[in-house]
Design a protein around this ligand. Sequence first.
Ligand code: IPM
Ligand code: MG
Length: 343
Amino acid sequence: MASKIILLPGDGIGPEITAPTLELLDAVGTKFDYEEHLFGGASIDAHGIAMTDETLAACQAADAVLLACVGGPKWDTTDADKPRPEQGLFRMRKGLGLYANLRPVRPFPALYDASPLKREIIEGTDVLIVRELTGGLYFGAKTRTKDTASDLCEYSREEIERIARVAFRAARRKVTSVDKANVLETSRLWREVVAELHAAEFSQVPLENVLVDNAAMQLVSNPADFDVIVTENLFGDILSDEAATLTGSIGMLPSASIGEPGKPGVFEPVHGSAPDIAGQGVANPLAMFLSAAMMLRHGLNLEAEAAAIESAVNRALAEGLRTRDLGGSADTRAATQAVLSNL
Ligand code: IPM
Ligand code: MG
């Protein structure tokens, strides 16, 4: 039986980068049973909520979820009583137990000169950011009066240990655990638990602890030194955007969010819904293509097909493919053709 994939094109450029991704998946020879659902702002418009019970249940029952992006000015609000597209993301992360967010940052050699950093600095950079995704400030209790507000940051030993395990398993050279242990109690627990797990199960993997402010600096001054970075939810959010710019464009970065083995993961580009260019057919589809590759590899065990997509993207870039975000003029169609012709 064909694997069941839930498609969540979401908002903005989402639908226009999802359609060519399905073309690419067909071209690579995979046959899936796709089921499309509204998500984010599109779901708010239709159902008044960013992710319905029905969509969550469909995701829980699927083999994998391929998500494009959500959000847009139409749903931007600071009114806590109004639904927001991001609530769909949070509901999905919790509802599918997606505690590990993997964001690989590997600048393409063909794009070294598109990076804001000097070529000598980014050359050889190959970082995997392992971001904790279901704890910390994102999910802690919130309070609000007219003049005061609070967000609780809480982590348990179990939450820290399971994300650290993902990081140690993924390491090739070392693990850099990023925290703010000189200030935050959650970071002190984080450091303790990571050290204990390291001593008990992964003592062969070099481990270093770096404070988050220093990590932010090193990411732009010496990115090639990092291998796997593991960190809590908010730090991971911030550092992954910072790392994304190293590739020349956030339009290039895929991600995988995974939970317990055997449960469906969610695969999505790191970029947002780009409302400013939505509907024009000019969005860069490469991060979505690479997210589909991550889905094949991590979600469906189709390594050869994943590698085929990645190398086709590589070759298309080497041949000179440049979408607008990379300073070129290729539109979504041209980018898709360039990748298809390199499969
Ligand atoms: C991300 C995004 C989300 C996050 C936003 C849209 C809520 O920035 O996936 O990195 O902060 O997790
Ligand atoms: Mg983010």
